[in-house]
Design a protein around this ligand. Structure first.
Ligand code: TYD
Ligand code: MG
Length: 456
């Protein structure tokens, strides 16, 4: 087959060179050159069997709306993260660290709806291995086909023959096209394969899940363009020492992003956790210091999460600050506010912060809970059972309402919390549900008293 013409481009400034260079002569950046295809042979698209669509421009009112149609994947968590089901013809990128359960989740999706024909293509495992996994998952489905192959041309041929409604490609880094002679997993291979799959998905209304590996710094391996061309980017996260996994929507052309789905890895696959607060709150016989509960919202779903802080005397000159699953700079900011506005001597203290279940959080509405956990550990005084917090903290120590405060309060009430500490601004705006009492504070200086009542 005729090979294509290639060149090297700088990822930073776009400088073109005929061969790979370590340092870009134009912008001076190191290690930014990647191989790119600049001209394909004329027969290339015919070779992969994809016709170019030739629809003329249409009036917006004449365009057929297909957005109402959603395929039910028979998995409540995934359906929700996708915005209410799978849109036919969508291209979905599923990223995650090795061993987190991407293959398990996608095989489960391929097996779980009996009215959809699915094709699970694996470039990583043999058909026997996948068969064994399917057995372990305990779901039988006559409409699910398994295909172990790495050559894109063969994969497209089989897809055309079997005409599945849903295709899973496990993983984009292992498949390659003959059009390019670089090895599988290289930037140009990933790009070309993804582009061919995109064309196929859009012209035939087949939904395609593409599994992608994650690099050390947590981004999906391969060119950034991969994330641009797909409709939905999902990230599967979790701590491999922990059984809980989170499916997070990072980009979604058909629904809200930052929606999360929570799963528990069991002996027989991933089980949807419908009520995440259940797993994120521990139950202790007696209250412990350094633990606070925050009411958080991710996407449209509120949940309560336990924040754990440990404040101890710094052994060395520079105190240690360590946050797991949280932005350390934000933690430092909150500690500085505590020092200045409440007068705690944080500069002499090591501070460690952690969230239950290995959760990663970025919700500013948890500020108050984080500070409460730090204060509780600092004074070594436990916070009473049934108390939780929701609020943002500003640099001058003011407590602001967290977004979607109403939902946070109702979730806390639903789970039987008796008292919630929130911003004084909510006095008028939010009606408190029965069974929960609100403690309004305007400034972080009022927090110790709100937490421990009388003595402060
Ligand atoms: P896998 O889906 O192969 O991960 P990835 O494709 O993201 O690399 O993941 C699997 C891990 O999950 C593996 O360590 C075994 C475990 N596992 C279970 O605990 N229960 C199960 O039912 C299955 C299928 C896997
Ligand atoms: Mg895998």
């Amino acid at each position: 087959m005729a090979k294509v013409k290639k060149a090297y481009f700088c990822r930073e400034c776009g400088f073109e060179a005929p061969k790979w260079l370590g340092r870009c002569p134009s912008c001076g950046e190191w290690n930014t050159f990647a191989e790119e295809v600049i001209a394909k042979p004329a027969s290339a698209s015919a070779a992969v069997g994809v016709a170019t669509p030739t629809t003329p421009p249409q009036r917006v009112s004449e365009i057929e709306r297909s957005s109402h149609r959603r395929l039910d994947l028979n998995n409540s968590e995934v359906n929700r993260v996708l915005g209410g089901g799978l849109v036919p013809g969508s291209l979905i990128l599923l990223g995650g660290e090795p061993g987190i359960g991407k293959s398990t989740l996608s095989l489960q999706l391929a097996l779980s709806n009996h009215s959809l024909r699915t094709l699970y293509v694996s470039g990583e495992e043999s058909a026997e291995q996948i068969g064994m996994r399917a057995e372990r998952l305990g779901i039988a489905n006559e409409e699910c086909y398994i295909y172990s192959e790495t050559l894109l041309e063969n994969i497209l041929l089989q897809i055309k023959q079997y005409q599945p409604d849903v295709v899973v490609i496990d993983s984009i880094q292992t498949i390659y096209t003959e059009m390019i002679d670089s090895s599988a997993g290289s930037v140009s291979q990933i790009r070309e394969c993804a582009a061919s799959l995109l064309k196929y998905a859009k012209t035939t209304s087949t939904s395609i899940f593409i599994i992608g590996h994650i690099t050390k710094d947590g981004t999906i391996a391969g060119p950034k363009i991969l994330e641009h061309i797909v409709d939905v980017v999902l990230q599967f996260e979790g701590d491999s020492n922990n059984v809980h996994r989170i499916l997070r929507g990072i980009k979604n052309r058909f629904g809200a992003t930052f929606e999360i789905g929570v799963f528990e890895m069991s002996e027989s696959g991933l089980r949807a956790v419908e009520n995440p607060s259940e797993i994120l709150l521990s139950h202790y016989d007696e209250p412990l210091s350094g633990i606070a509960v925050g009411s958080s919202v991710d996407g449209i779903r509120p949940y309560l999460i336990e924040v754990q802080a440990l404040v101890s005397n710094a052994a060395y000159g520079t105190p240690q600050r360590n946050a797991t699953g949280y932005d350390q700079r934000r933690m430092n900011m909150l500690l500085a506010v505590l020092e200045k506005r409440v007068g705690l001597k944080m500069f002499q203290k090591d501070v460690f912060l952690n969230f239950a279940g290995g959760f990663k959080v970025a919700d500013a509405g948890l500020d108050l809970a984080i500070v409460a956990a730090v204060i509780s550990s600092y004074y070594d005084r436990p916070i009473a059972d049934g108390v939780c917090c929701a609020g943002e903290i500003g640099l001058s120590g003011e407590v602001r309402p967290a977004p979607r405060s109403e939902q946070r309060v109702s979730e806390a009430a639903r789970l039987g919390f008796r008292r919630i500490i929130v911003s004084g601004f909510l006095r008028k705006g939010v009606k408190m549900p029965t069974g929960i009492e609100a403690v309004y504070i305007n400034n972080i200086g009022e927090l110790p008293r709100a937490l421990f009542c009388e003595e402060f």
